[in-house]
Design a protein around this ligand. Structure first.
Ligand SMILES: [Zn+2]
Length: 348
């Protein structure tokens, strides 16, 4: 059952309403892959990020910023192709958008939505072009804190190499950055609406598939235990998601750093996730929300790319945690899957 694109239903329901139990009725639960994956990792972190909307004052990491530059290029390049522009023109427009992500737009970077002015005067999406804060043009190799960073000049060079590498490919872009919603589970107690933001959907000649752009500094194999990919398959009625891997390695040839592997699922695995995994965690979320207690998971404090940003908060005494949060975080925009947040993408 598809939920019709009533924007309010799919996109704009604040998280306090994610778990909504009308008197005596069943609970409606709205989930996306970032909420579910965070919930599986650490319920307290899910509460911080998605109920309280705490955002680090330090801004995005260098890896996330480089990923966002590429995502911005991809969005505008593919949009322009869909509008019928020539590839070279679409590429130039994509590069211009990537450059604006780097320099920032005064209209949307510091935008605060209000009743009178819900959207930025520049016509962009709120916070669309924030400017980079942790990405230099070229890393200073003498600076030990900077020498591992990727510079934005190299990101733009990589985009150019990517464009030339795929100039004659057969992918036809159909949709860019769309959010889709679908009721994936319903029983007597709960109804689960799944929301997925798709970077891109393409016609590959073999069929229509969702595509996820992944930037990385080192090639990593992607495993298929992935809520985002499974959710996208169920929303799109396919059994494959294509990754559009874009590597920032300086020593690799284009064919070794630009790859488009599929992640494939059997029908049984998709059904297992839809009929067992999703309802289990939805009911768990309902219980956390009803009791107001989101327990911490100590196994999630250290990650592949460093410690959890909230570690100093959890390591403080319970009566000091609010203070600690104020030092490190601000309250960001209310979460919805159209927010430009790639922080769960595989980067580094
Ligand atoms: Zn703007």
């Amino acid at each position: 059952m598809d939920i019709q694109p009533d924007e309010r239903t799919i996109n704009e329901i604040p998280l306090e309403e994610i778990v909504d139990t009308p008197m005596g009725g069943k609970s409606n639960i709205i989930l996306d892959s970032q909420i579910l994956t965070t919930l599986m990792g650490c319920p307290r972190l899910a509460d911080f990020r998605f109920n309280h909307n705490f955002v680090s004052i330090a801004g995005k990491s260098n890896s996330l910023e480089c990923g966002s530059i590429v995502h911005t290029y991809q969005e505008y390049y593919n949009k322009n192709l869909i509008w019928g522009l020539k590839k070279e023109t679409a590429h130039q427009h994509g590069l211009a958008a990537a450059e604006m992500y780097i320099t920032g737009c005064r209209g949307c970077a510091v935008f605060v939505p209000s009743e009178e002015l819900p959207k930025p005067p520049c016509g962009h999406k709120p916070f669309e072009f924030p400017g980079v804060r942790n990405t230099p043009k070229e890393p200073d190799m003498q600076n030990p804190r900077e020498k591992y960073k990727t510079g934005w000049q190299w990101v733009l060079d990589t985009i150019d190499q990517y464009y030339h590498f795929y100039r004659n490919d057969h992918w036809v872009p159909l949709e860019v950055e769309v959010v889709k919603g679908k009721v994936l589970y319903e029983d007597d107690e709960i109804r689960v609406l799944w929301k997925a933001k798709l970077d891109l959907t393409v016609d590959t000649n073999q069929g229509i598939y969702p595509v996820d752009h992944k930037t990385m500094k080192q090639n990593r194999n992607t495993i298929s235990m992935n809520n985002q990919f499974i959710g996208q398959c169920l929303i799109m009625d396919t059994r494959n998601v294509f990754l559009n891997k874009i590597g920032f390695q300086k020593t690799l040839k284009p064919e070794d750093k630009f790859k488009r592997p599929p992640v494939s699922y059997s029908a049984q695995r998709l059904l297992e996730w839809q009929g067992e995994t999703l309802p289990f965690y939805s009911k768990l979320l309902l219980m956390y929300a009803e009791t107001g207690h989101f327990p911490p998971n100590f196994d999630h404090c250290e990650g592949k790319y460093g410690n959890c940003a909230f570690l100093p908060v959890c390591e403080a005494n319970p009566d000091m945690r609010e203070e600690e949060i104020k030092k490190l975080f601000i309250i960001g925009p209310e979460w919805n899957p159209t927010n430009d947040d790639d922080s769960f993408d595989e980067v580094e």
